[in-house]
Design a protein around this ligand. Sequence first.
Ligand code: UD1
Ligand code: UDP
Length: 355
Amino acid sequence: MKQICTIVGARPQFIKCAPVSREIRKNFSEILIHTGQHYDKNMSETFFQELSIPEPDYNLGSGSANHGEQTAKMLVAIENILIDLKPDIVLIYGDTNSTIAGALAASKLHIPVAHIEAGLRSYNRNMPEEINRIVSDKLSKYLFVPTQTAVNNLAKEGQTDGVYNVGDVMYDSFLFNLSRIDKDKVLSKFQLKSEEFILATVHRPQNTDDPIILRALISTLENLNELILFPIHPRTRNLMRNFNIAVNSENLRLVEPVSYQEMIVLEKHARVIITDSGGVQKEAYFAGVPCIVLRGETEWVELVENGWAKLIGSDFDKLPGLLFEKQTEIHSDSRIFGGGNASHKITEILKSDLL
Ligand code: UD1
Ligand code: UDP
């Protein structure tokens, strides 16, 4: 049986790989490498359990460090495993340091790389993710892109071979899981009523790493006088602690990161979502909930063009005004992200090439 080696390491990659692994294991043997980039139980193990992702064959325990050190640790460990296994394909996801480490290790060993969620660009090279995307795309043989914009981005860079617009695997995950959850259980766990709260997530360095910006953001959220549930990313939690930023309002409820199934229920029942997350922006759209994006630009430009997402960067003063702005009348029709069958399409393409 042909062998696919999948490399994941960060929370969104676990969510993306769940539907793909289910499909590819029907036809291929899959070896799963977890780089260990995310390691807290609620950033890693919870997702494997809840989404029935097979136990990783290898956990590299790379952990947290500066970019060079973190990526280098992964690169060394992945290379050793690939030399040993000689898989037919290496499958990478998204734009994290785990992605670029997988792309570098595999391509130098002449193992074809398949990149899921290829072709996205923010055109902001201050984001580490932008560097990871550009390099990973250049090194990939198969570029499985989620949107037409991603096809266009790659074409602008002269990359048209091996580009397949299959749709978004996160939409596969969203549809698969939403129908399997008891929403009342989740809302009552967090003592929330549908559409009577705001959901917020923040983890981008541009919002977290400068104490003045992070303090201003937290203080703006506190002063909105709205009930806000804020599942806090460990990066943000650690930096708030380092900068001595405390929350003094009962309206702003910081909770530990929640599971994926809990998260999509919270998204579906929030009145508004405030986020700097790539995945959460799209899920707001899948869920039909207005979204305010704490970034100056986004890879998901369709959502801004159709009026669903509002980009405010660090202009937090704009938040109060936007909370009650009437949402553009568009049906949250997710066709721009494909039909929710991206994982199947990816597997079919790999099958037709490899089997
Ligand atoms: C990483 C990705 C980012 C992605 C995000 C998803 C890179 C460069 N960044 O950012 O693209 O959007 O994951 O969540 O790959 N930490 C813990 N426990 C953990 C994991 C992290 O405490 O389980 C803390 C550590 O203090 C660490 C910090 O979070 O230094 C940042 O973690 P890291 O994986 O380097 O980057 P993220 O901000 O999570
Ligand atoms: N998510 C989750 N629990 C949380 C916060 C986010 O399950 O407490 C999910 C969210 O639904 C989405 C993914 O994590 O599917 C997004 O990951 P993240 O925001 O960490 O990274 P990004 O998408 O920005 O790379």
